[in-house]
Write a new protein. Structure first.
Ligand SMILES: O=C(O)CCC(=O)C(=O)O
Length: 294
């Protein structure tokens, strides 16, 4: 069908644009540590060898539930009061971007069932305070140094029946002059193998950025791309309780399972970098990049 072919073509063009800028890039291992003595020995070992570690129980589950309610309210507001809406992407007046789920299967019409992602939350409470959580900031300083900023924030809903995101490296999306960046994935519900937790490929943060090909599933979310030339047989499921935080390297290959359970899986995901990071290619700023020092 013509529309499907067009969709496939534009997905290929997006992937090839990102591959041509970021593909083959390496992160020098000496960039991965500023002062790992700020971490526990186990955290530092896991970070160095595997490319991630977990901070357990650092956010009250009641605050996680409040964050979810607030994200739903902001999502509804962005839809209703959108300045622009294109293909299920709504640009809210306060800078938020609400993205509807493309792969949703019989999930219903309520806003919280249509929501896939909500971007640009880190200047809004209660999300702003989490960006400055002392344990998170300590981890960022241990890895990146004293001058750090959060530059990307997303609230991700994965409702029952919704598909996961395939294997990828986040640095594919970050066209910056410095590497690495660091992902902070706060579970705001529990995350299980059944409801769509993350999986990671330990040690893959030492790989270059691999070529990513478009997610071939018809109806997959726009922008989903995947690594298909790596052996994922040693991958590990990251199961979490509400309030746990995964800290992960932006070169680490990771994916998430489909939600085959009858409960929602939700997460608040931040990305941090050095506060003086410059955007490559003349500074054309993405709508989802906004550096805020913490
Ligand atoms: O939360 C998910 O399901 C996927 C998140 C992810 O892979 C990412 O933010 O890079």
């Amino acid at each position: 069908m013509a529309t499907e072919e067009l969709g496939t073509e534009s997905k290929r063009a997006v992937a090839s644009g990102m591959n041509s800028i970021q593909g083959g890039k390496l992160c020098p291992p000496e960039n991965n540590a500023f002062d790992l003595d700020l971490l526990t020995l186990d955290q530092a070992k896991s970070w160095t060898e595997k490319g991630y570690f977990i901070l357990r129980g650092i956010v009250d589950p009641a605050l996680c539930a409040e964050m979810t309610d607030r994200a739903i309210a902001l999502f509804s507001d962005a839809e209703i009061n959108a300045e622009t809406s294109i293909s299920g992407h709504h640009m809210g007046k306060n800078g938020t971007i609400a993205v509807e789920e493309a792969a949703r299967i019989d999930s219903g019409d309520a806003p919280d069932m249509r929501m896939s992602k909500l971007y640009n939350l880190h200047r809004v409470e209660p999300f702003k305070s989490f960006a400055r959580d002392p344990q998170v900031v300590n981890a960022m300083r241990a890895i990146l140094g004293p001058d750090v900023a959060v530059f990307n924030s997303q609230y991700i809903f994965k409702n029952p029946g919704v598909w996961g995101q395939p294997w990828h490296q986040d640095s594919l999306y970050f066209t910056f002059d410095r590497v690495p960046q660091v992902g902070v994935w706060l579970a705001t519900s529990r995350a299980t193998v059944q409801n769509g937790c993350l999986f990671v490929a330990p040690g893959s943060h030492l790989e270059p950025i691999h070529e990513h090909v478009p997610d071939a599933r018809p109806g997959a979310n726009f922008g989903y791309v995947e690594v298909v030339d790596y052996d994922f047989s040693t991958s590990e499921a990251v199961t979490m309780e509400a309030g746990d935080v995964l800290i992960f390297h932006s070169f680490l290959m990771h994916m998430s399972n489909d939600n085959n359970a009858d409960e929602r899986r939700s997460a608040l995901v931040y990305h941090y970098g050095h506060a003086d990071t410059q955007i490559l290619g003349g500074g054309q700023k993405s709508a989802t990049v906004d550096f805020m020092r913490v």
